[in-house]
Structures are given as structure tokens and as C-alpha cells.
Design a protein. Structure first.
Length: 143
């Protein structure tokens, strides 16, 4: 008696093995296993994976806050170049309408003839500011 294996049978068997392996591997990465009791769930701590996601999201929000401030610098410097009063009178609306409509999520906290301070205003809880023109972009609000 000869056993004849057709290609479709071999492909099907291989696909089933790969599917089973994928389910097992995915189950181990998603924290599968025996269900936790309600008391264990209530007092459980985040998994390392969840903590890493939170750290990544936090870094993204911080980067966005810093980028908002960085994006406003060319507009406020252009305002300074166009006005005899330096930075005096600069507003977010003027920067957006006259220089760069993409400037957003910043507030011009102070602006006078020689200096300014702009800060991120996005509601993410991360503040960055620049006391210019010579200052760096730093964490925290304008002081």
C-alpha cells in the first residue's frame, strides 16, 4: 500500500502547524493563560509591556510638545525681522496669519523689544518653552 501525499495536503498541514504556533506564541505575548480572579485583577500591577507602552507614549507627547515650540521659532524670528519694535506685539494669531499657519499649541507668554518666551500649550501635561532669542528649548513653562 502506498501513501500518496498531494501538494495541497502538505500546504494545508503546514498552514495548520503555523497557525497553531502563532496562536501559542501570541497567547504568551498577550498575557494569556489561566484567568485571574477578581481580587488578583484589582491589585495587579501593569505588565512590562504595558509600562513600556506608557513610556513610549510619554516620550511621544514630550517630543510633540518640544516640536510645537521649535516650529514657532522661525515665525517669531521673522516677526522680529519685519518689525522695528522687535518681538513686541507678537501674537499667535499674527504668527499664524502672517508667517506660518502651521504654528500651533503655543502661547507667547512674553514679548518685548529684545526677547520673548513661548511655551507649549497642548493639554498633554508636558510643558516646553524657549526664552529667546538665545535660549534653548527647555522642559517646563516660561518663568
Amino acid at each position: 500500500m502506498s501513501v500518496e501525499i498531494r501538494i495541497w495536503q502538505l500546504v494545508t498541514a503546514t498552514a495548520l502547524v503555523a497557525l497553531a504556533a502563532g496562536v501559542l506564541i501570541g497567547h504568551s505575548f498577550t498575557g494569556g493563560g489561566a484567568p485571574k480572579s477578581d481580587s488578583a485583577k484589582a491589585g495587579s500591577t501593569d505588565t512590562a509591556y504595558e509600562r513600556e507602552l506608557v513610556r513610549m507614549h510619554r516620550r511621544e507627547l514630550q517630543s510633540a510638545a518640544e516640536a510645537n515650540v521649535r516650529a514657532a521659532i522661525p515665525a517669531i524670528e521673522a516677526y522680529n525681522a519685519d518689525h522695528d519694535r522687535g518681538y513686541t506685539g507678537a501674537t499667535l494669531e499674527k504668527l499664524q496669519t502672517q508667517y506660518d499657519a502651521g504654528v500651533r499649541n503655543v502661547a507667547i507668554v512674553s514679548a518685548n523689544a529684545s526677547t520673548y518666551c513661548i511655551e507649549n500649550t497642548a493639554p498633554a501635561g508636558f510643558s516646553y518653552h524657549k526664552a529667546g532669542p538665545g535660549g534653548d528649548i527647555l522642559p517646563g513653562p516660561c518663568s
